[in-house]
Ligand binder design. Structure first.
Ligand SMILES: [Mn+2]
Length: 279
């Protein structure tokens, strides 16, 4: 049986060779995708940070099984920090492989060689396999698209709006195929945070290169890209979800994070209506 299908049926103990095969399949499937991929207009589940919580990835899988015409956008941050990092990322990659028309896995700031080396994934992979297997996963990070955009004006990415971007081409022209996220536009798409203040951009406590985007930046970006809604993840909110800018930006977090969060998945229904799903 197809390896990704075996993972979806509960196989968690992959060999190094099987990981190489799984990530290789994802690379082949994703390397031709644009930086900003087209996402469906309706009936889409948006999944926020998973951070190695397999239970949350399994809940997402169940939603896909229960509704056969639904799609799913994973907003990044699959490993690091949590208890079952290898199993969680394998499940997300397997969903992306098995349902290429229904599932898209975007890149988060933790899908970067330097960050994954620091926040747990490298050690998790090294203790179970070897540093070579970590490199295999990093070769998968670099093919993940940076954002999604639907024809009815729904934008999605892990972090948010990058400073200085006014056209879609500016994002599409980024060379994303590096293990480490370095390009400033790619970096900000995966790192930036929103704030309700009436300003464009301000420095972010997360460090140099990352910015906070305020209401003015959001409104200008939304106008340039003709947006109706935006989904992002990246930030911990106790209820697992937080809206900004009169409900036009929805931030979602899908892992419990040591019981600090009531994890959520957001369902976009017809007419831009939103349902919150408690995991
Ligand atoms: Mn993040």
């Amino acid at each position: 049986m197809h390896l990704a299908k075996q993972v979806l049926q509960g196989k968690t103990d992959l060999t190094s060779e099987e990981i190489e095969q799984l990530v290789g399949t994802l690379r082949d499937q994703y390397k031709g995708l644009l930086n900003v991929v087209e996402t469906p207009r309706r009936n889409v589940y948006y999944v926020g940070d998973l951070h190695g919580e397999l239970h949350s990835a399994q809940a997402a899988h169940k939603l896909l099984q229960d509704s056969r015409d639904a799609s799913m956008v994973f907003l990044g941050d699959y490993a690091d920090r949590g208890p079952q990092q290898v199993e969680t990322i394998n499940l997300v990659f397997s969903l992306a492989i098995e349902y290429p028309k229904r599932v898209i896995a975007l890149r988060g700031n933790h899908e970067s060689d330097d960050i994954a080396r620091t926040y747990g994934f490298y050690n998790a992979v090294k203790s179970k396999y070897s540093p070579d297997v970590f490199d295999i996963y990093c070769s998968g990070f670099k093919v993940l698209p940076l954002a999604g955009l639907s024809s009815n004006g729904i934008f999605s990415c892990h972090g948010g709006i990058p400073e200085g971007v006014e056209t879609l081409d500016q994002i599409q022209e980024v060379d994303r195929f590096h293990e480490k996220i370095q390009n400033p536009i790619a970096f900000q798409l995966t790192w930036n945070d929103p704030s309700e203040g009436d300003f464009r951009f301000s420095p972010n406590w997360r460090g140099s290169g990352s910015r906070i985007y305020g209401r003015l930046a959001f409104n200008e970006f939304a106008e340039s890209f003709e947006l109706n809604l935006m989904f992002r993840a990246h930030q911990v909110f106790p209820e697992g979800v937080q809206t900004f800018f009169d409900g036009k930006l929805i931030s979602v977090f899908s892992s419990a994070y040591n019981n600090r969060v009531k994890p959520k998945i957001v369902h976009l229904r017809d007419g831009l209506k939103i349902d919150l799903i408690q995991i």
